[in-house]
Design a protein around this ligand. Structure first.
Ligand code: SAM
Length: 283
């Protein structure tokens, strides 16, 4: 590798050379600490035969390390000013492809299938634009694509909800819906001072790996979970009877699922919700 891009002086130099500034509406906060970038890249690449799909390469800070360690890197970027910059900053790599497209519009399954057919493992890595973290992750979760791991940085408060455990303030329907689909691992915390410009929040890098899918109607399961958390301070019986539109039926189903109606949704584990779903669809 020539010089790391992710340093304050190099980032400034690149921005000045290309007469660029960070665009707030694209969530642009560039990483300026090579140690952090290296750790994200190393965690993201889970085999020797990986293609990495990167969301939002920016000026190439993370991309550079991904190109060093992975067989191939395909980066999806929305900002039309960046192809010229990346051509310059990543010119030493011939394993890099830039796709200029809003990631939310990308046919992810088709891209993944293309590389799976070539026998490659597909992983996703990103320092996500904060304004669309959840839509991007849900697009990936719902893509039905064979992705080995998703390693992404996001605002700490959002990461706390994705990875929350029962009986904590961050545990909510998003935690259940995510952990139903994926195993979630906390890779590292990242302070706000390693970005340019500096955001108002700290960040966390999470890694998601898909769990084997279960034989249930996911949409119906997720709507039951959301209903249970609808009014957080209320008991599970209170929320669940609104969902069932029948207090007696709600009581009976909770009892059958072995759940005390006086508990709150935040104290229930995944298995409780799955049992309740089963009872509801049996009765
Ligand atoms: N990877 C670089 C880094 O770590 O320094 C930049 C990260 S910056 C937080 C987010 C990047 O995502 C920017 O390059 C931004 O232009 C890009 N981006 C924002 N919205 C996007 C979208 N809908 N699709 C693809 N890229 C997007």
């Amino acid at each position: 590798m020539r010089k790391p891009i992710a340093t304050p002086s190099r980032t400034k130099e690149i921005l000045e050379k290309h007469d660029m500034f960070a665009k707030k509406n694209y969530g642009q906060n560039f990483l300026i600490e090579p140690g952090v970038v290296e750790k994200i890249a190393r965690s993201a690449i889970v085999s020797d035969n990986c293609v990495v799909f990167e969301i939002g390469p920016g000026i190439g800070a993370l991309t550079q390390y991904l190109c060093e360690y992975a067989k191939k890197v395909v980066s999806f970027e929305i900002d039309e000013r960046l192809p010229d910059v990346l051509k310059d900053t990543l010119e030493e790599y011939d394993n890099f492809t830039l796709v200029m497209q809003d990631f939310l519009e990308v046919d992810l399954k088709a891209w993944v299938d293309k590389y799976r057919k070539e026998g490659m493992d597909v992983v996703i890595a990103a320092n996500l634009p904060y304004y669309i973290t959840t839509p991007i992750l849900f697009k990936i979760f719902e893509s039905q694509a064979d992705i080995a791991a998703i390693t992404v940085m996001m605002q700490k408060e959002v990461a706390d909800r994705f990875s929350a455990v029962p009986n904590t303030k961050d545990y909510n329907a998003l935690s259940i819906v995510t952990q139903y689909r994926c195993e979630v691992r906390n890779v590292m915390k990242v302070p706000r001072n390693v970005f340019m410009p500096k955001p108002n929040v700290d960040s966390t890098v999470l890694q998601f790996r898909f769990l084997p899918s279960k034989d249930i109607n996911e949409e119906a399961f997720f709507s039951l979970v959301k209903a249970c958390f609808k009014q957080r301070r209320k008991t599970i019986l209170n929320n669940y009877q609104t969902y069932c539109e029948d207090k007696e039926k709600a009581k009976e189903e909770l009892e059958k699922a072995g759940i005390d109606g006086k508990r709150r949704a935040e104290s229930l584990v995944m298995e409780d919700f799955l049992r309740l779903y089963e009872v509801h669809h049996e009765m």
